[in-house]
Design a protein around this ligand. Sequence first.
Ligand SMILES: NC(=O)c1ccc[n+]([C@@H]2O[C@H](COP(=O)([O-])OP(=O)(O)OC[C@H]3O[C@@H](n4cnc5c(N)ncnc54)[C@H](OP(=O)(O)O)[C@@H]3O)[C@@H](O)[C@H]2O)c1
Length: 385
Amino acid sequence: MQGSSEESGKRFGVVIGGSGLVGGGIDYFFKKKMGYDILAPNSKKLSIRDPKDIESYFKSYRPDFIVNSAIASLDSDPKLSFEINYLGSINLAKVAASLKIPYIFISSAAVLPDGVNLREEEHLPLSASLGNYAKSKLMSELTLQHLKETEGLDYTIVRLGIVYGRHDHKIQGFHRMLFSVADQSMPLLFTKKGICHSYTNARKIPYFVRHIIDNRQEFGGATYHFIDPEPVALDRLILTIREILGLKRPRAIYMPLPVARFGARCIQHLLKLLVKFGIDARLPRELMFLSQFYQTQILSSQKLQNSSFVDPFPEQTVYRQLPELIEYYLTRWEQLNLISPFYNKEFFDPQHLAEEFLHNPDNLLADIHQKRIEPFCEFANDDSK
Ligand SMILES: NC(=O)c1ccc[n+]([C@@H]2O[C@H](COP(=O)([O-])OP(=O)(O)OC[C@H]3O[C@@H](n4cnc5c(N)ncnc54)[C@H](OP(=O)(O)O)[C@@H]3O)[C@@H](O)[C@H]2O)c1
């Protein structure tokens, strides 16, 4: 068959959502580090919203596993959320069941209530009042369990906390919070003292996904929380970012939830008014999770720790990663003109190359040609092999 591991002799997988933060890391790791054959079609090539797309795609390819990390935009309407997050996920699961291959479904802490030590068996009751995102994720989880019993589906659900890592080009979740601090658009703390959440290191996810694909006996038909063992206090995290950036805002004053809600509503009305003048602006999608900034939600990592998976980088936590993430995102946002040029040039451009490029290009070129500075990479010469 075209596109199978029998044909290439390599492990062959399909990663849906491979252009996103989570799927992108999985795609890169499997291709570059593991040498697998991976197809990661974007939503134009394969929209999981369209069952015919799925059918014709898997007529051409017979993978050894499917990973689904696709997700509709967080503020999608019920139709889009249902069709992409639920129907799309389950149609992919049905393909996996018919091909008798593992299906790895990336899920979210959004299916859980607030509280501490939340275990994998727990979830919110399915009800109309749930947001579209949480509802569609929860329904997918429940149908996957059902398909295991009725169609012998071999699945694993990986529930993530708040994900941090490079390459979030949509600036969502944790990275939106980082952006708000850097952008100085967060005047006060939108949380209560000591509110904690579980975080997930994006760099570690591909290692876990590989491990669960390789150990189906242990991980088949199960749900796992994939999170850092230590929860993180939101106020401390925001203030640490502020400290690293050397900023005065947000001030260490806690804005009460009703005031934050009122403020968000006022701005929403104002934005609606602006639309009438042809100005299109939106509130960050994350404001739909505003109440979660005021509630502790800590997932249990006991099941993960009792499993055969060994954390490849136990020392890497959100605090350890902060300097690297801040340097990466601020450089990127500056270059995209999303934030004003940053204050701490020593930190972000220690050689002042960008400044020289802007003001003294002739000096810069002379320094480069006379090898006073060497900003290039050295590429290995193949002839020497
Ligand atoms: N980021 C977090 O903090 C976080 C937290 C908890 C759980 N999660 C879970 O992690 C998973 C991945 O999230 P993410 O942050 O990586 O999301 P993301 O960066 O927004 O990426 C979403 C991906 O879904 C794809 N997609 C959207 N509509 C599609 C369609 N109709 N057909 C096929 N692909 C489609 C997008 O492809 P195109 O770009 O080609 O449209 C993109 O690759 C989701 O299941 C999410 O629930 C994330």
